[in-house]
Structures are given as structure tokens and as C-alpha cells.
Design a protein around this ligand. Structure first.
Ligand SMILES: Nc1ncnc2c1ncn2[C@@H]1O[C@H](COP(=O)(O)OP(=O)(O)OP(=O)(O)O)[C@@H](O)[C@H]1O
Length: 240
């Protein structure tokens, strides 16, 4: 489904992810863990082609429109003039082209999905009227509507209350049980252990990748988190 071939990505010639070789099977649930600033978000952005590899490549075994992406909540512009319904319906853009071309069936699907994520009656609310947790529920509704085969989640439960986390985790498990490939950046080790079969421990370079039960251990976490961490702009230009 997804292969990183000697992948180096970074900014202004300075590497953030360094010579990554890793393969993710179709239908796998993969957590990406590692210290702040080690390149987890950059890796997801690389998969989305928002940033280009400095070296190596990313092979994706499906079409781009079969990938859904949840960005880190801090990057979502809540002042954007849009209703909850429009945000969720934008998950159909790949299929429909324009929101104006949505038919009654599409709108029914959006409204049913809003109910599913606990946002019944919120369709016409502007985004600025939603709490952080409600925005995250709406973004999950958009992911459901997209019905993608590969789902990329960047810290999906950051600053979200316990009840919302439990409900959103049920959606993630539903995707995994349905055979979708789910790759998620997470900081909560317990969440990883309980929900993700595979884990990649990153620290710019890959520290370990394999079954969560085998690789999510103190030794690998210490290797990743004890790395002396410098801002990536001070990283040597890669000559490997
Ligand atoms: N657009 C950018 N331009 C320049 N540098 C960037 C850019 N985005 C990220 N970086 C730098 O790349 C490095 C990795 O950032 P990234 O957001 O991928 O890390 P992360 O592991 O997701 O961190 P966190 O856990 O804090 O979200 C950091 O040093 C960051 O400052």
C-alpha cells in the first residue's frame, strides 16, 4: 500500500526525516510515535505530496483521491466562513467537484454522518461557533464521507476530552475493522497499545518498526526520546 524508499524529506535542504525505508501493508493500522519535532507531521505531509522528497521516494499503491488526511487541529482555521455541513460535505469534493452539485442523497448522507459523530442539529452552525472537540467530530465526519482506503491522522486526539476520544476511537476502530489502512501520529502510548497493531518509532531516522507488542518498549522509546534534539535547521546537510 505504502512504501518509503530511502526517503529523506526536510526544509531548506536540511533533513527532517532521514533515509527512511519502511513498508506499510494494505489494511494495516500503524501508529507513528516520536518526540516533538522529529518529523511525524512532515512524513504525513510527504505522503500527501505537500512537501517533496529531498531524496528517495514514496510509493503509494492507490490513487490520490483514495487518501484522506486529518491535519493537526492547530492548523485548522476555525474562522473560515463555512458551515459544519459545508465542511463535512467537502469530503465529497473529489467525487462531486463542486458543493453546488450536491443532490438530496448527498445531503442526507452528510446529515446522517453528522448524527453519527454526535453533531445532530449542528449542520447550519458556522465553524467559529463550534468547540475544538466539535470541530474534530466534524473533521471525522468528513473523513467518514470521503470513504478513503488510506486514512492519515495527525494527532487526532490532541486537546480532546475523554468522552470524545472514546467516541472518535470507535470510528478509527471501525475503519481498521473494515480493512482500511490507518496511519496515525499519536503521543498517548496507551492508545497506541490498545488500538494499533503496528508502530513506527521515529526520531528523524527510524528507530524501530514492527508489531506494537514487539517494538513499543522502553528501549526503543528511550532511544527515540533521549536523542539530543537540535532544531532541524542546525542538522547537517545530508551527505549520506
Ligand atoms: N514549513 C516548515 N518550514 C521549515 N521548517 C519546518 C516546517 N514545518 C516543520 N518544520 C520543522 O521540521 C521539524 C519537524 O517538524 P514536524 O512538525 O514534522 O515534527 P513533529 O514530529 O510532527 O512534531 P510535533 O510532535 O511537535 O507535532 C521541526 O524542526 C520543525 O520546526
Amino acid at each position: 500500500m505504502l512504501t518509503f524508499n530511502n526517503l529523506t524529506i526536510g526544509y531548506n535542504k536540511h533533513p527532517v526525516i532521514h533515509h527512511l525505508n519502511m513498508h506499510i501493508e494494505k489494511g494495516a493500522s500503524v501508529a507513528i510515535v516520536g518526540p516533538n519535532g522529529c518529523g511525524k507531521s512532515s512524513l504525513l505531509k510527504g505522503i500527501m505530496s505537500f512537501i517533496k522528497p529531498m531524496e528517495g521516494s514514496i510509493s503509494i499503491g492507490i490513487e490520490k483521491n483514495k487518501i484522506a488526511y486529518l491535519p493537526q487541529s492547530s492548523t485548522v482555521d476555525k474562522t473560515f466562513p463555512m458551515t459544519t455541513l459545508e465542511l463535512v460535505a467537502s469530503g465529497l469534493l473529489y467525487k462531486k467537484g463542486f458543493l453546488s452539485s450536491l443532490n438530496d442523497e448527498d445531503l442526507d448522507l452528510v446529515n446522517t454522518t453528522l448524527d453519527k459523530v454526535g453533531l445532530k442539529g449542528m449542520a447550519d452552525e458556522p465553524l467559529k461557533a463550534l468547540s475544538g472537540g466539535q470541530i474534530q467530530r466534524a473533521l471525522f465526519a468528513r473523513l467518514i464521507i470521503q470513504d478513503a482506503d488510506l486514512i492519515l491522522l495527525d494527532e487526532p486526539f490532541n486537546a480532546i476530552d475523554y468522552k470524545t476520544i472514546v467516541e472518535l476511537l470507535k470510528i478509527v476502530r471501525m475503519w481498521i475493522d473494515a480493512g482500511k489502512t490507518v496511519v496515525s501520529v499519536l503521543h498517548d502510548i496507551q492508545q497506541v497499545r490498545e488500538n494499533f497493531v503496528y508502530t513506527a518509532v521515529l526520531s528523524r531516522e527510524l528507530v524501530a518498526y514492527g508489531l506494537t507488542k514487539d517494538v513499543l518498549n522502553r528501549e526503543n522509546l528511550e532511544k527515540a526520546f533521549n536523542n539530543s534534539f537540535y532544531p532541524h535547521k542546525d542538522a547537517n546537510i545530508c551527505n549520506k
